[in-house]
Design a protein around this ligand. Structure first.
Ligand code: ADP
Ligand code: TPW
Ligand code: MG
Length: 577
């Protein structure tokens, strides 16, 4: 504490670590903390609330962490998750790592125990070297030991989370720090309002020309939009690029709605035609990872699973290390999406539309697949299957394009992604790069808090279980969240049997006919048991209208799904049916 106190300009008043953390966050435009109280941060949550920050308390830190992460994605400001030491910290860590994997800006702030005791491993309350553990799992990790360094610590955490490729940052605040007092005026001076936390990154002129030339020469161009494009909030630029060039585009899951999925240039319904067919592919804020079959193999027209399909790639990405990660990148364009797309537009001038042959072939494929889908959606089997239930969700989302759609599960995820059209940017939030289960309620809470819009969470019954207790949180804050549990009695379904004939059910199977709706009723929310599309529609319409916390237990045929949904091929022992 020394140096600040010895300054000449001492005032009468003092401040402490608690206040400095809160003031540093407020100074940087942070208005909400997602967390779970306990030693040593209980008073921090109280004082934060007293100081006008919104403190959203969760039932498990992982959900608070997921909330913070998605708040970061939606706002471009780091979402703040606050936890206690060791176990609370570890509970938050999965969300921090997931945020980093997905390029969401987030700061996990955890209280920690006495450094002297932790480092000598003398057995403190909740002893753990949290900083060391967090380091390999996030973008950057910091510890603040002196109250006068809190301002710098928070500033560094914000810059690390937001600049370049966004990600998760860990900030370790030992218990002792909070009670440290410093002269109030000196404390105030020590705070930093971060100037330009995510500076524009302008691409080089030569890189822009290289990309523009490649695009101009393309006979079968394709644009792939990823969640980096959604994050960048360069919606108008992206739309202008696509509409001026007339290049068909494929949105990755969380980029759906950047342009409406019903746009004539949207190639989602012809995915398996455009990927192998394209000659030049421009990735905008999307990585060639497993979700795009690593840019090679049969998906891309390669002869075998590892063969290059012959496409040339242009990649717009803020990370200079992303290019060439899986296949050759012919034209890397490093910079933020807005700057890159604008520069590219200028370089393209008035571009010629892609050859009609390519566009017509795509339109033809789309027409066929959309007609096939319409046929499937129109069926009304009993019990409901994913299609007949999601046909309702599709209508509800169409009628409420500002609502946020949260989605997790296997079949419940894959079918929703392909059936439910999105109409506006950043409205679809899901399991992302890892395909992680458990984001559901955390994402829903933050989406409601941040956007004030109704939230529709389409949840597999297994997926829901990972964060289901947060329905209490949803009720407590009276959030306009409508959870639809696609209840097919288990992980991928409920039909597996124990081959030994023993009393245990199969590992994938849950209690049959479970009533998840009663869980919501336990906390004062609205629970609905829906066995038909009509019941589901009525309940969803009412939930959106009333904005009351609602959980609809949608009974789905337990045999309607497939093992691992759409990614059966990644499952080592699954027999493909
Ligand atoms: P998806 O899963 O939708 O394909 P990914 O998460 O794989 O998307 O890719 C997102 C990419 O976007 C990352 O490589 C990240 O570096 C990049 N990115 C994030 N923000 C920006 C931005 N503002 N400008 C450019 N690229 C960005
Ligand atoms: C943290 C593995 C992927 S999908 C899934 C699990 C357990 C649940 C599928 O069942 P659900 O959906 O939700 O009922 P449906 O419609 O097919 O029946 N743990 C974590 N993440 C993942 N991805 C898993 C386990 C998994
Ligand atoms: Mg299920």
């Amino acid at each position: 504490m020394g140096s600040v106190e010895t300054e000449v300009s001492q005032s009468q008043e003092t401040t402490d670590g608690f206040n400095l953390v809160i003031e540093a966050l407020k100074l940087n435009g942070i208005d909400t903390i997602y967390g779970l109280p306990g030693i040593p941060i209980t008073d921090l949550t109280r004082k934060a609330q007293a100081a006008g920050l919104r403190v959203i308390s969760f039932r498990h830190e992982q959900n608070a962490g997921n909330a913070a992460a998605i708040a970061g994605f939606l706002t471009q400001k780091p979402g703040i998750c606050l936890t206690v030491s060791a176990p609370g910290f570890l509970n938050g860590l999965t969300a921090l790592t997931n945020a980093t994997t997905n390029c969401f800006p987030m700061i996990l702030i955890s209280g920690s125990s006495e450094r002297e005791i932790v480092d000598l491993q003398q057995g403190d309350y909740e002893e753990m070297d949290q900083l060391a553990i967090a380091k390999p799992l996030c973008k950057q990790a910091f510890r603040v030991l002196h109250a006068e360094d809190i301002g710098v610590g928070i500033a560094r955490a914000i810059r690390a989370a937001c600049s370049g490729r966004p990600g998760g940052v860990y900030l370790d605040l030992p218990a002792k720090l909070f009670a440290q007092t410093v002269d109030a005026a000196a404390g105030k001076r020590s705070l930093i309002e971060v100037v330009d936390p995510a500076p524009k990154q302008i691409p080089g002129a030569d890189a822009v020309k290289r990309a523009a030339d490649l695009l101009k020469g393309a006979k079968k161009p394709l644009i792939v939009l990823g969640k980096g494009a959604a994050y960048a909030q360069a919606d108008a630029e992206i739309r202008a690029l696509i509409e001026k060039t007339g290049i068909p585009y494929l949105p990755m899951s969380m980029a759906k709605g950047l342009l409406p999925d019903t746009h004539e240039l949207c190639a989602s319904a012809a995915r398996s035609f455009v990927l192998p067919g394209a000659d030049v592919v421009m990735l905008i804020g999307a990585r060639l990872n497993w979700l795009l079959s690593h840019g090679k193999g049969k998906t891309w027209g390669g002869k075998s699973s590892k063969d290059w399909g012959g496409q040339k790639f242009i990649q717009i990405d803020i990370s200079p290390q992303e290019a060439d990660s899986n296949v050759r990148t012919d034209a890397p364009l490093v910079g933020d999406v807005g700057s890159c797309v604008s520069a590219l537009m200028a370089a393209l001038g008035t571009p010629a539309k892609p050859p009609a042959e390519w566009l017509n072939a795509i339109a033809e494929k789309k027409k066929g697949n959309i007609a096939k889908m319409a046929e499937t959606l129109a069926k009304n089997p009993s019990p409901m299957n994913f299609h007949s239930a999601l046909n309702v969700v599709r209508d509800i989302v169409k009628a409420n394009p500002d609502a946020i759609l949260v989605n997790e599960g296997a079949n419940a995820l894959d079918f929703t992604r392909s059936i439910v059209d999105m109409y506006k940017p950043r409205k679809r939030l899901d399991v992302g790069t890892w395909g992680i289960m458990g984001i559901g309620m955390g994402f829903s809470v933050a989406a409601a808090v941040v956007t004030k819009q109704p939230v529709i969470a389409i949840e597999g019954d297994s997926a829901f279980g990972f964060s289901g207790m947060e329905v209490e949180t949803i009720c407590r804050y009276n959030l306009p969240v409508c959870v639809v549990v696609m209840n097919n009695n288990g992980v991928y379904g409920g039909k597996d049997v124990n081959p030994t004939g023993g009393p245990d059910v199969a590992p994938t199977v849950f209690v049959k006919g479970a009533r998840y709706d009663k869980l919501m009723e336990a906390f004062g929310g609205v629970g609905v048991h829906a066995t038909t599309p009509d019941e589901l529609r009525k309940a969803m319409e009412e939930a959106i209208r009333s904005r009351k916390p609602t959980l609809i237990n949608a009974v789905i045929d337990e045999g309607a799904g497939t093992e691992s949904g759409r990614i059966t091929s990644l499952n080592p022992t699954a027999k493909k049916k």
